[in-house]
Design a protein around this ligand. Structure first.
Ligand SMILES: [Zn+2]
Ligand SMILES: [Zn+2]
Length: 336
C-alpha cells in the first residue's frame, strides 16, 4: 500500500506493507478515505519528535475492510476514531486526567492516517471508534477528533453561563473552539492578526471578533464588549505575544486555558497569577466522552465544520504542510 513516510522533514510516498489481521489477530483494518492534517503533526516534525520512517496523521475517516472483534463494528462500516485510548483504571483516569494516562499515550493507530490502510486495535474499537452518519461528508466527519479536543478544553474550563469568553487565534482550531463554546451555550469572542480569519469567524458562532492590528486600540475596543475583561481566554495561537495578550484581556479572577505549544517555552508571570488570582490551565487531547459528544455535535449541526478545509492528495502532503504553516489555508484534508 502507499504511505507518506517522513524523511528529513519531507514526506515521500512509498510502497509499504499493508497492515494485516494475520499479524494483529484482533481489531480491524481500515481503508483510509481521508485524514485531516493537525497542527500537532507539524509540531512533531518541527520539534523532532517525529522520526525518519514515521507515518503521521490521526484525524482519520475510513471504512472497515477486515475485522475480528467482540465490538459492534463490522466490515463496510464508515468510521472516525480517536487514536489514543485511556486505561480507565489508573490514578490519572480515576481523576479525569484521561489524556495524561500512560496507557493513553502509548496507544495509537498503525502506521498513521497518511497511509492507504491502518490497523485499529480491539480496545480502540470498544472505546474510541464511532460510526459516521452517511449524511455527513468525509471532511465534516474528519473533524470529530480535533473538535473533541476543543470540547474537552471547554469542559475543563468549567465556565459559568452569562460569561464572556475570548478565543485568541482564529485558525481552524480557534474556529472549532468557538463552535464548541457556542454549542454549550457560552458567549464567545475571537481575535486574530488576519482580517480574513476575523471575517470568517462570524459565520462560525462568534459573537464578535477583533482584528489585532493596533494592540492598545484593540484592548480598548475589547473593553466595550467586556468591560472588566473576559472570563475565560482560550489560547489557540502558539506565540508568546498571545500569552501577553491573554494576561491583558482576562478579568481579575478569570481563567486562561492553554491549548497550544510555544516555541520559546515562554511562560506566565507569577505575580500576575498571584495578585490577580488567575487560573492558568492546560487542556490536551480528548477523552472518549468528548469524542462521542463531538461526533454528535457535528451530526446535529450544533458545530459547523464545513468550509474550512482544502483537499490535497497524499503526494501533495508536503505542500499541505507548507500551506498550513504559511497560513495560506485554514485546514488541509488529505484524500487517499
Ligand atoms: Zn489532531
Ligand atoms: Zn489510565
Amino acid at each position: 500500500m502507499r504511505a507518506a513516510i517522513l524523511e528529513n522533514n519531507n514526506f515521500i510516498v512509498k510502497e509499504v506493507e499493508k497492515p494485516s489481521l494475520d499479524v494483529f489477530k484482533t481489531g480491524a483494518i481500515v481503508k483510509v478515505i481521508g485524514c485531516g492534517l493537525c497542527g500537532s503533526d507539524i509540531v512533531k516534525i518541527k520539534n523532532g519528535k517525529a522520526k525518519n520512517g514515521d507515518v503521521l496523521g490521526h484525524e482519520v475517516v475510513g471504512e472497515i475492510v477486515d475485522i475480528n472483534t467482540e465490538s459492534r463494528f463490522e466490515i463496510g462500516d464508515k468510521i472516525v476514531l480517536g487514536h489514543h485510548v485511556p486505561c480507565f483504571s489508573c490514578h490519572y483516569c480515576h481523576n479525569g486526567s484521561y489524556s495524561m494516562c500512560r496507557h493513553f499515550k502509548s496507544t495509537n493507530i498503525k502506521p498513521g492516517g497518511f497511509a492507504e490502510y491502518i490497523y485499529v486495535s480491539e480496545e480502540h474499537l470498544s472505546n474510541t471508534v464511532f460510526n459516521v452518519n452517511l449524511n455527513l461528508s468525509d471532511i465534516e466527519a474528519s473533524f470529530m477528533e480535533p473538535l473533541g479536543c476543543c470540547i474537552r478544553a471547554v469542559r475543563r474550563a468549567d465556565i459559568n453561563h452569562n460569561t464572556k469568553n475570548l478565543v485568541i487565534g482564529l485558525g481552524s482550531v480557534g474556529i472549532l473552539m468557538g463552535g464548541a463554546l457556542n454549542a454549550f451555550g457560552y458567549k464567545v469572542y475571537g481575535c486574530d492578526l488576519k482580517a480574513e480569519r476575523v471575517n470568517l469567524s462570524k459565520s462560525y458562532g462568534f459573537e464578535y471578533s477583533f482584528l489585532l492590528d493596533d494592540e492598545d486600540e484593540i484592548i480598548n475596543k475589547m473593553r466595550e464588549y467586556a468591560s472588566i475583561g473576559f472570563d475565560t481566554i482560550f489560547l489557540t495561537a502558539g506565540a508568546s505575544k498571545a500569552l501577553e495578550l491573554a494576561v491583558k484581556t482576562v478579568r481579575d479572577g478569570g481563567k486562561i486555558v492553554v491549548f497550544s505549544s510555544v516555541k520559546d517555552n515562554a511562560g506566565f508571570l507569577n505575580n500576575q497569577i498571584y495578585y490577580r488570582e488567575l487560573t492558568v490551565m492546560g487542556s490536551y487531547s480528548p477523552s472518549p466522552i468528548d469524542l462521542e459528544d463531538s461526533i454528535k455535535f457535528i451530526e446535529q449541526g450544533k458545530v459547523k465544520v464545513s468550509g474550512l478545509s482544502k483537499v490535497y492528495s497524499l503526494e501533495n502532503l508536503n505542500e499541505a504542510i507548507s500551506d498550513t504553516i504559511s497560513n495560506k489555508i485554514m485546514k488541509a484534508f488529505i484524500k487517499l
